[in-house]
Design a protein around this ligand. Structure first.
Ligand SMILES: Nc1ncnc2c1ncn2[C@@H]1O[C@H](COP(=O)(O)OP(=O)(O)O)[C@@H](O)[C@H]1O
Ligand SMILES: O=C(O)C1=C[C@@H](OP(=O)(O)O)[C@@H](O)[C@H](O)C1
Ligand SMILES: [Mg+2]
Length: 182
């Protein structure tokens, strides 16, 4: 498992990408990165500010740049939590398809809504009705998550530690099967 490629978590807001990614990195003794935090550190500003001053397009340009940096480092083996919109750009999906173990953390819209209800760090949920926004985004993005994912793990009825253990088991099975001699 040590040699498994970069592990990248994708999924909607509130799926647990940041939370589970940190748990996975501890167990796997790998560096953990959250693309949102890397974007904020590089910009010296938080995501709401970036959306406000540069628009969503400006944020997406920064997001692609960070993804390129993270995945194009040949020796790097990290755990990367992405933002929920990472799959919107084809260039990001192309990057995710190369040499990467992509895990789709699935969460129902109800759970997405519940888990993001206390957050004021997600600009897309500040406008309009959050449930409608999450429902519409899910319709568009669920097929895109499935397109890039090697594994899909259900998160609704599991605590974070249980989700992380499920992901680890699934990665172990996938990686060992792919390594086993024909
Ligand atoms: N499996 C889970 N069960 C219950 N709460 C969760 C679970 N995964 C994450 N959370 C909680 O949901 C919120 C959003 O999690 P986060 O990791 O930020 O999601 P994402 O990065 O996918 O948007 C956090 O408060 C986190 O503690
Ligand atoms: O779904 C999206 O488009 C976004 C999700 C956020 O990350 P999380 O999925 O970690 O909340 C963050 O990248 C930004 O607010 C945009
Ligand atoms: Mg996150």
């Amino acid at each position: 498992m040590k040699n498994a490629p970069n592990i990248v978590l994708v999924g909607p807001m509130g799926a647990g990408k940041t939370t589970i990614g940190r748990l996975l990195s501890q167990t796997l003794e790998r560096e953990f990165f959250d693309s949102d935090r890397v974007i904020e550190e590089k910009a010296g500003a938080d995501i709401p500010w970036i959306f406000d001053k540069e628009g969503e397009d400006g944020f997406r340009r920064r997001e692609t740049h960070v993804l390129q940096e993270m995945l194009e480092e040949p020796e790097q083996r990290v755990v990367l939590a992405t933002g929920g919109g990472i799959v919107m750009r084809e260039e990001n999906r192309a990057l995710l398809r190369k040499e990467t173990m992509v895990v789709y953390l699935y969460a129902s819209v109800e759970q997405q809504l519940h888990r993001t209800s206390k957050s004021n760090h997600r600009p897309l949920l500040k406008k309009g009705n959050p449930k409608e926004t999450l429902t519409n985004l899910f319709k568009i993005r669920d097929p895109l998550y499935r397109d890039v994912a090697s594994l899909i793990v259900e998160t609704d009825a599991r605590h974070p530690r249980a989700v992380a253990n499920k992901v680890l088991d699934a990665i172990k099975n996938q990686f060992e099967n792919s390594e086993s001699p024909v």
